[in-house]
Design a protein around this ligand. Structure first.
Ligand code: PLP
Length: 273
């Protein structure tokens, strides 16, 4: 693992680095990106940097200089062998008073790269009872306030799944803790719209462009009629779902296989700094 913080590469990436008063640490006032690395090259770096900037703006953090983050990504990726890896870049409100009010320090920027194992081809998911708030102040932003996801994922794991699926306040299918959902009903590939409150996943957006699907918001119960379901994310790529709340599904089904093949065929177009 290699880590960079506010301009310095750390000699011990697991050692202390961020102030105890950092607003990202004390109240989760921060945004982040997880970026896949393949063969030592980041995937879709421009799209991730753009989303980092949108998330930071949504939180009211000062403007993030994309080139600073890009150089930091290069610094942590180079100098280690990363056939498959993940970069995590985080921007927080920086040192601040101990309450919710932000201080006047510059943001803290941390970029870390580490190896990653490939995801299994298929997995099981579980619906959790807590809703995503599509009307909340942080809806659609990739913030470091992930405690809801931590609770949901722990619940899914108790039920033998590797991903938890949320409906939103309207009862519509929304997303997973770290993935977007695609499903097939009557031969049609569908995925929730961004109005559902799901994150505008980089993988979701590219798959919509490269493969296509209908964006639609429907009650979460629609998955009971689905012949295929797959998850998409930076760490999962296109991953078939073989069980949803214990209901067995064909995985990877024919449309999932086609989507995954399209993904593999196009991915190299977006590798690079
Ligand atoms: C809540 C949430 N939804 C969806 C995704 C998938 O987004 P991406 O394809 O950009 O990894 C993520 C990524 O971690 C996420 O945290």
């Amino acid at each position: 693992m290699r880590a960079w913080i506010d301009g310095d590469l750390l000699t011990d990436p697991t050692g202390p680095a961020v102030a105890v008063t950092d607003h990202g640490f004390t109240v989760g006032d921060g945004v982040f990106e997880a970026i896949k690395v393949v063969g030592g090259l980041p995937f879709a770096l421009d799209l991730h940097l753009a989303r980092l900037g949108r998330s930071a703006a949504g939180l009211g953090l000062p403007h993030v200089d994309e080139d600073v983050v890009r150089r930091a990504v290069r610094a942590v990726v180079q100098g280690q062998d990363l056939p498959l890896g993940r970069v995590r870049s985080t921007v927080t409100g920086g040192p601040a008073p101990l309450g919710s009010g932000r201080g006047d320090h510059a943001p803290t920027i941390v970029v870390v790269a580490a190896p990653m194992d490939p995801a299994p081809e298929t997995t099981a998911v579980a619906t959790v009872p807590w809703p995503r708030n599509e009307r909340g102040a942080t809806a659609g932003l990739k913030t470091t306030s992930y405690a809801e996801n931590v609770i949901a994922l722990a619940e899914a794991k108790k039920r033998g799944a590797t991903e938890a699926i949320f409906a939103n306040l309207a009862g519509h299918l929304c997303e997973g803790t770290g993935s977007n959902v695609f499903y097939v009903v009557e031969g049609e590939l569908r995925t929730p719209t961004l109005a559902s409150g799901c994150l505008a996943g980089v993988t979701r957006g590219l798959l919509l462009e490269w493969f296509g699907a209908r964006e639609v918001d429907e009650p979460v119960e629609v998955v009971g009629q689905a012949s295929e379901v797959f998850l998409v994310s930076t760490t999962r790529d296109v991953q078939g779902v073989h069980a949803w709340d214990g209901r067995t599904l064909e995985a990877p089904g024919p449309i999932t296989r086609e989507a995954a093949a399209t993904w593999v065929a196009r991915e190299s177009e977006l590798l690079g700094f």
